[in-house]
Design a protein around this ligand. Sequence first.
Ligand code: ADP
Ligand code: MG
Length: 559
Amino acid sequence: MSQRQMQGQPMIILGEDAQRMKDKSAQEHNISAARAVAESVRSTLGPKGMDKMLVSSMGDVTVTNDGVTILTEMDIDNPTASMIVEVAETQEDEAGDGTTSAVAIAGELLKNAEDLLDQDIHPSAIIKGFDMAAKEAKSEIQDIATDVDPDDEELLKKVAETSMTGKGAELNKELLAQIIVDAVNAVTVEAEDGSVVADLEYLNIETQTGSSAGDSELLEGAVVDKDPVHEEMPTSVDDAKVLLMDTAIELDETEVDAQLSVDDPSQLQNFLDKEEQQLKDLVDKVEATGANVLFCQKNIDDMAQHYLAEKGILAVKRAKKSDIEFLKEVLGASIVSDLDSASEDDLGHGTVSRDENEGLFYVEGGENAHGVTLLLRGSTDHVVDELERGVTDALDVVASTVANGAVLGGGGAPEIEVAARLRDFADSVEGREQLAVEAFADALEIIPRTLAENAGLDSIDTLVDLRAAHEDGDVSAGLNVFTGDVENTLDTGVVEPAHAKTQAVSSAAEAANLVLKIDDIIAAGDLSTSGDGDEGGPGGPGGAPGGMGGMGGGMGGMM
Ligand code: ADP
Ligand code: MG
């Protein structure tokens, strides 16, 4: 005892509640959490994938098939699991589609890494091998990809249709594909350096419930789902001079709330008159710019509404911020915050017309106008929301195809081909990294395997058939999930932009390596959500391992 004291007390640097996991148990903990997340979205992959119903803590319901939407709405609070959510978010930002694929690959990379760790292969060798494999995979994807003419409308439509297959947008995919391609064309410009870019800033999506998706349409200009503030106002203005405002037309709170003590009624009247006068002045300033239409992002005082109507100015209050910003593009206007400095130069020019039945304003810009609106329709909010997610993905892939000009056949074709090429490449890799490259190749095959599983097909038979077709030299041999046949998907019109695939490989590899680099978890608070203390092995597929305690309160039963 005394001897021990002489050596000094063990130094305690962590707080009482702190928990720590090191090396293998840290890795296992992290891998199981990450895999559980990946596993939770895998059943949605592909045309035959199922949807998920997400119920937020507020009771809002989302029904979706979209990977990134599922993961962001899941309310995950396990730190490692969140890294996988970030994969989906990166994929969404960079490619707009392929989020489920990216996450599934990341999960499978980690699963295979775990096997290597069990064989006592050092994480740094795995990380290095994964890096090499990712780089190689990306260049092989480029090699397989077919160049496309950005004006090839038929092909662009197929890209859009592939992205929408199995989503809420599926039923009307031909019509929607046409609209999407037209929309991208409408906003595609040639940049100064000669490259073509689809500037989706000039494209707005509006949703409208009540009719069917088949009535969706592409319109010039903007659509604003608002009513005029006063019934005496004009509702359509041909030669519109539009003022856009992002501040309210009302009196400052301080002026209104100021204490008022009056000795006789005339003083009160005086005060009210003064207020009225101030509002009148504000409206006069609107009129002085020459505006005959006003879209205001904030409130318009009742009295000001009355004066605006008197002057024959069409006014809309509480317009969406995104609508105001889009109107700015469509009309070439400036957004005014302070009426004192507003002038004719701030106005935008065009036409405003109203559809009384739908309660919508259609706003078109004059000469040199740019900007189109995709008006999506559907029977209910849930339907339109899922339609919008599907259409947004399709817009992104079409834009990406126009900009990058390369496509691949889908249905697991690129994954099988790249896996085969990576296995060849592995032969040239020395040391333990070779095993990691092979593990990477195997991981890519999670895509065709899952497509088959989700279609109720035998995944082993499917892999065997696919590999055989690729050995015979058909680089675009993919799975037709509807028939179970292996066919050239580039020919059958299942096409995806190459960019989404390279991005999925990059972000999956980066995330897997990020998780593998961690050998020590120090948690200031309770790590007990982890449950699997030291030796807790990972759950099998679908077995929610510990570490997910924080995953969406009421959602456990649905995964
Ligand atoms: P992600 O979020 O990864 O885009 P999806 O659910 O959209 O997930 O599924 C994409 C996968 O489905 C891709 O691998 C694509 O090739 C495949 N796919 C799409 N349409 C078809 C089809 N008609 N036949 C076979 N596979 C398809
Ligand atoms: Mg998709």
